[in-house]
Structure formats: structure tokens, C-alpha cells
Design a protein around this ligand. Structure first.
Ligand SMILES: [Zn+2]
Length: 714
């Protein structure tokens, strides 16, 4: 091995390199490798040659171990010490960050926006610079100081008799005896209950089961400048009683208007708390839609799953959750309902009137009569019937057992939350807008559209607003640019992290790292070019340079030719895989690698060897899969024809819809129809030729487990 490692590294200064001495992890054969600092190094070689063993299991593992060593002994107790990788020495190692592909987050609350922190900047922007609108009337919300309110009253109600009221209860149930009692003790004489002026009497109360609106009558006066001291005092009292809210009622017309120190709708009187960043987070109780808890979707009972085959009768088991007829109450109830419609349990569901089906699913209005013959009692029996859907909901809510949930799950479909329309936030949070958009609409835009919007937003702000927003907008723009630079302009901030490919999440981490502006870090990347179209690869390389030029060292495990050609330094591990690999074949610049007769990589890079284009190609045997009208993500009614018996490649730039078609539609149709998998493919019109296939197997990028001591045999 000595004769292999005598090539290039004479030009490198000792103090400006990372030196790995005697690495023996996995199949590495006691090799020494030198990596220049502040440069882009590619570690290459055949699959299984030992590239990752060197990059991740030696260099990264040692970096992690040293990092943990810096913790106190107490803290290390909890983390557990890391084993030292099998290497004699690593000199010149800086803090190491690995950017791998396997960091896939399955949490539905993690999105592109939250992992890149871009959404957090938007939350800050909305808390500081958004305008609030009323979700009741759509009017702009207003807020006043005491002095402003006074001036407005003198102007709007000059010479008119008014009531000054303090709203204390808004549309809430209760008898409010204590409230009336306290008010009376404070010396108030009258209240307005549900629009009616009443004197406060001892022991007064209202119907506890009804919703009430209650206002305290603070004063009744003629608005005129000579009484402005009295007006001022009454406004202050009303503000105190109404906790910042005041209601003025015209004595003659009865028209009411609200004034508040808080954000408030001038017509309806609803008020909002002061906006804070949490209010715009779907992961916080202050921001999340209460119906879907901020997920944007809910599980709903899917009728097609409850009654998949309408040719069957209920007796034969048409209602899957009930199964076939049993001599049980629920079937007696259904029988009784059917009798009302002059049908029977043995009538196929398709022939039942719609009203009968609806009553069975959603319940009866009144009690249903079960005849004495059925239950063998002396008289007919009356019983409430809430319907199959309610029954399923009860199981879902009350049966926490795994089997109960699994049973109920099979009848559920995921649907957009009807309350927030998938926007994840509560209506108050969604009523804040900057220019023409609320925060959720911005999160739905793809990053290139979002960038365009941000470019113009400042022209649509008030000067005051612009001043506050400027710095935040700048931060967002820089981060967006990093994302666009790594070729992710087609993603939206609300895209769930769990639905990203390994390559996409790696590039997001890369963009986030650039945003963090760290220096003097050693970054180790695992095949960042994977899944990238040539066009996007050039962008990715530019990003890698940028990270390097900030003053960082990059080590990239890669086969991609373009990346190797652009690298400052190449380390070629080989010559072959497994026990025939693990040696340092050569290292140096791309020219030096090309010139090395021992390097297979060099042979291909220099053109001494190339992959021959096959002279003859297999042709299809005439069987095809035809898939028509695919609609999902950006596929818009596209047709696909795939020949069978041959190898077909689906290509296109990132975000063009390759994976949507293959994973989202084609695979799921085949898995559902051939493997009986419980999956829901994206929308399509029809598929032909499926009878030519027996089963489908997916081989994707999800790692089998690299460092987790796995090997192909496991
Ligand atoms: Zn919702």
C-alpha cells in the first residue's frame, strides 16, 4: 500500500490540512488520507469501496466523539460516550457537521418553512407589520387611546343623547347572579341584557341555559363640550368595566358603535389580542385551528369504505363495519327503518331509496318503533337511533386500544379541514394580512412566486410598517435565495418534510447551513447530486463553493462526474468493492487522478474508458401500461404509456412531476390492485394493461441503514 500513497500531497502545508492516519474502519486497509482545509474535496470510488467508511464512519464519527468529550462527565452520562473509530490519528479536525440524506422527519408538524426557519421569520413579520381585519365584517380592525376616543365621541355624537355602556358578557351562557350582585354593590343602577334596559335588582339572574349579551349602563348624557369632564370620567369607567372595550349607543336610533384600546371591529365589536409570533404558528395553541389542531386535515369517515359494494344487501354485509346479519339490536333498528320505506334487509343497497340510506347512516329524527314480534315482548319498543356514522365516531373516540383504532382507521379518509380550509390557523390569525395575503397563503406559494411577492411587498406598505418590516424582509429574502440556489424553487413553505425526497431534504439542510453563516466547519455531504437534473447540479455546485468560500472545508462523497471535475481535491478509494476495496488508490487534483493508471475513476474521467451505448436495445413485446388523465401536484391530466418487458426511465428537471407520477400514482395503483395494499393513489381517469402484471416491488432511496451496523445480509 506504500506504493499507492506516494502520489500528491507535497504541495499542501501541514497546518492547512486534515490528516487521517491509519484508518481501519470496516474494509479500510490502514490508509492515510490528507484533506486540504477550506477546499472542496470529493471522496469517490465504486459502491462498497469504503468511501462512506472513510467520510462518515471515520472522520465524522471522530468529530462527533471529540464534540461529546467536551461535555461535562455528568452530561456524558446521559448521552453515553461514543466509541473511538478504528484510526490511529486525525490531525487538524474542525467541528464536523454531516448533511446526509436519511434525516427524514416523519412529524406532520414539520414543514419546509419550519425546518428552514423561513416560516419563523414570516411569523415575526406578521406579528410586527401585518394589518388585522375583522373575520365578521372584513373591515379593518381599529384601536384607540382614551384621548382619541374622547375626541371621536365629541365629533361623532355632538349634541346627541347617548348611553355609555361597558360590555361585560358576550354570547355566553350563565345565570350571572354574582355579576349583577357585584355591579349593584359598585353602585351601577342599570344593565342592558340582550338588548333590553333593566334596573339591577337584588338577587337578579337570567336563564342559565341561554347565551347572553350583557352591558353595564355607565352613563346616559348629552354629548356637548361643556360636559366633557363628565364624558371623560364615564369613558374611563366604561373602559375599566369593559376591560378595554366601550360601547356607545345612540339613545334615539339605538345604533351601537364600539371603541377599544385593543384591536377591534368597529361594527361587530369583536376584538383581537395583540399579535405575537405564536399567533401565527400552527404548532401553538394560540395560532392553531381548533378543529384540526393545526394539521390542516382531519380524518373523516369515507362512505365508499363503509359501503364499498352497493350491489350487496345489508343482510349480506353491505355495511362493512356491521358485517353480515346478526340477531342484534342494531340490525333490528335498521330493519325497522327499512320497513318505514317498505324495503327489507335483503334488498340490495343500490335499490334502497336515498332517504333510507341517509337515515341508516346519519340517524333518525324521532325514536323508531321496533315491533314486538322482533324482540319478543308484549308491546312495541321505541328506541333512539343515531346512525352508523355516529357509531363509528364513538368507537374512534372511546376505544383507545390499538385494535379498536385500527378497525376504525380502515373507514377513514384524510380530508382538508372544513374550518380552516387546510390553512392550519384559527380564523383570527388568518385575518391578518400583509398587502393582499395572509400568512398561510404565502406558505402555499412556491418559493419562486414567494420571492416575486416579497420583491414588491414593500411598495404596498405604509412608511411606518415598511420601517419595521425592512430587516425581517431582508432576512427572508436571503434565505429564500439560498433555497432557490440549490434548485428548490418549486417547493412551498407548507410542504410537509415527510413528503420530501432524501435529496431534497439534504439540499434544504445545505441551504439552511449557508444561512447560518458558520465558518471553520468541516461539512460532510452524502451524494448531494442524487436525484438532481444536470441543470440543477450546476446550481448545487455553486452553493457548495459558497459554503467553502465562507471559510469552511467540504468533503463530498460522490460519483457524479461534474462534481468531481469541479472539486479542488479528489480522494479515490478502491480499487474495487468490499475486501477488494478499502485502499487509497490515489488523491490529487482532477488532472492528477486522470493521469493515474491505477484509478478506474481516472480512466473514466479522462475518457480512457466509457460506458458503451448498447448497439441493440430490447424492444417491448407489445404489452403496455396506459395511464390516462393523471392529476396530482403539478400533473394536469397527463397521459403516460409504459412499455412492459423493458427498462423505462422517467426523467425531467427537479419538481417536474417524475416522482408524483411514479410514486404518487403508478406505484400506488399497482400496489393497491396487485398487492392489496391500503394506499390511495393520486387522481387518474383510467389505467389499461394492469392484467399483464403479477405484482409490484418498489426500490427507493430510503436507506437500509448505514451506520447502524447493518450489512446486506441483514
Ligand atoms: Zn383546521
Amino acid at each position: 500500500m506504500d506504493n499507492i500513497n506516494n502520489g500528491h500531497n507535497g504541495g499542501m502545508q501541514e497546518d492547512n490540512v486534515i490528516k487521517v492516519v491509519g484508518a481501519r474502519v470496516h474494509n479500510l486497509k490502514n490508509i492515510d488520507v490528507t484533506i486540504p482545509r477550506d477546499q472542496l474535496t470529493v471522496i469517490t470510488g465504486l459502491s462498497g469501496s469504503g468511501k462512506s467508511s472513510l467520510a462518515f464512519d471515520t472522520i465524522y464519527a471522530e468529530g462527533q466523539r471529540r464534540y461529546i468529550e467536551t461535555f461535562s462527565a455528568y452530561a456524558r452520562n446521559f448521552i453515553g460516550g461514543l466509541e473511538r473509530p478504528d484510526v490511529d490519528e486525525i490531525q487538524g479536525l474542525s467541528p464536523v457537521i454531516s448533511i446526509e440524506q436519511k434525516t427524514v422527519n416523519r412529524n406532520p408538524r414539520s414543514t419546509v418553512g419550519t425546518t428552514t426557519e423561513i416560516y419563523d421569520f414570516f411569523r415575526l413579520l406578521f406579528a410586527r407589520a401585518a394589518t388585522a381585519y375583522s373575520y365578521v365584517t372584513g373591515e379593518k380592525m381599529v384601536k384607540y387611546t382614551d384621548e382619541q376616543i374622547l375626541q371621536l365621541l365629541l365629533k361623532d355624537y355632538a349634541g346627541q343623547p347617548v348611553y355609555i355602556l361597558a360590555p361585560v358578557v358576550r354570547a355566553r351562557k350563565g345565570h350571572y347572579r354574582e355579576l349583577f350582585d357585584t355591579l349593584r354593590k359598585k353602585g351601577f343602577l342599570n344593565v342592558r341584557v340582550d338588548g333590553e334596559n333593566l334596573p339591577i335588582t337584588a338577587g337578579m339572574k337570567v336563564d342559565r341555559y341561554k347565551n347572553h349579551n350583557i352591558e353595564v349602563v355607565v352613563d346616559k348624557l348629552l354629548v356637548q363640550p361643556k360636559d366633557d369632564e363628565r364624558l371623560k370620567k364615564s369613558v374611563a369607567t366604561a373602559m375599566k368595566q369593559g376591560e378595554g372595550l366601550l360601547m356607545i349607543m345612540d339613545k334615539e336610533t339605538g345604533a351601537a358603535k364600539y371603541y377599544s384600546k385593543r384591536l377591534m371591529c368597529p361594527t361587530s365589536g369583536i376584538s383581537y389580542g395583540d399579535p405575537a409570533p405564536n399567533k401565527f404558528s400552527f404548532n401553538s395553541p394560540e395560532g392553531a385551528c381548533p378543529h384540526c389542531k393545526g394539521l390542516g386535515y382531519i380524518n373523516e369517515i369515507d362512505l365508499d369504505k363503509v359501503m364499498p359494494d352497493r350491489k350487496l344487501s345489508i343482510y349480506e354485509g353491505a355495511i362493512v363495519p356491521l358485517g353480515k346479519y346478526k340477531n342484534q339490536m342494531i340490525f333490528w333498528q335498521i330493519d325497522a327503518i327499512l320497513q318505514k320505506y317498505e324495503c327489507q334487509l335483503k334488498t340490495p343497497v343500490a335499490e334502497l331509496p336515498e332517504e333510507a340510506i341517509n337515515e341508516i347512516l346519519y340517524g333518525s329524527l324521532g325514536n323508531i318503533r321496533i315491533s314486538k314480534e322482533l324482540v319478543h315482548t308484549s308491546s312495541d319498543y321505541f328506541v333512539e337511533f343515531n346512525g352508523i356514522i355516529k357509531y363509528l365516531h364513538n368507537v374512534m373516540e372511546n376505544d383507545d386500544s390499538a385494535s379498536g383504532q385500527k378497525w376504525a382507521d380502515q373507514f377513514l379518509a384524510v380530508v382538508k379541514c372544513p374550518e380552516c380550509k387546510g390553512q392550519r390557523l384559527n380564523r383570527e390569525s388568518l385575518s391578518y394580512r400583509i398587502w393582499d395575503k395572509n400568512i398561510s397563503e404565502l406558505a402555499q406559494m412556491d418559493l419562486s412566486e414567494l420571492k416575486e411577492w416579497l420583491g414588491q411587498v414593500e411598495d404596498h406598505m405604509e412608511p411606518q410598517q415598511r420601517k419595521i418590516a425592512q430587516e425581517i424582509v431582508k432576512e427572508i429574502r436571503t434565505r429564500l435565495d439560498f433555497m432557490i440556489d440549490v434548485g428548490l424553487e418549486y417547493l412551498a413553505l407548507d410542504r410537509q418534510s415527510a413528503t420530501l425526497s432524501g435529496g431534497e431534504s439534504q439540499r434544504i439542510r445545505l441551504a439552511t447551513q449557508i444561512g447560518s453563516q458558520l465558518v471553520n466547519v468541516l461539512y460532510i455531504l452524502d451524494e448531494p447530486s442524487i436525484g438532481l437534473h444536470q441543470r440543477d447540479n450546476a446550481k448545487l455546485l455553486k452553493t457548495l463553493y459558497r459554503l467553502r468560500d465562507l471559510g469552511n472545508t467540504l468533503v463530498v462523497v460522490e460519483h457524479d462526474e461534474e462534481t468531481m471535475r469541479e472539486a479542488d481535491h479528489i480522494v479515490d478509494i478502491g480499487p474495487r468493492a468490499g475486501i477488494h476495496g478499502g485502499q487509497l488508490v490515489c488523491q490529487g487534483t482532477v488532472e492528477e487522478i486522470c493521469a493515474n493508471p491505477d484509478s478506474i475513476t481516472g480512466a473514466y474521467l479522462s475518457g480512457r474508458k466509457k460506458i458503451e451505448v448498447p448497439k441493440t436495445r430490447r424492444t417491448s413485446d407489445g404489452r403496455w401500461i396506459h395511464l390516462k388523465g393523471c392529476r396530482m401536484n403539478n400533473l394536469d391530466g397527463t397521459n403516460f404509456d409504459i412499455p412492459l418487458g423493458v427498462l423505462t426511465c422517467v426523467t425531467g428537471v427537479s419538481g417536474s412531476g417524475k416522482s408524483t407520477f411514479v410514486n404518487g400514482i403508478l406505484y400506488k395503483i399497482l400496489a393497491r390492485d396487485l398487492n392489496r395494499a391500503k394506499v390511495k393513489p393520486g387522481s387518474y381517469e383510467k389505467i389499461e394493461g394492469i392484467e399483464n402484471l403479477d405484482k409490484v416491488i418498489v426500490i427507493d432511496q430510503s436507506p437500509i441503514g448505514r451506520t447502524d451496523r447493518s450489512n446486506p445480509a441483514t
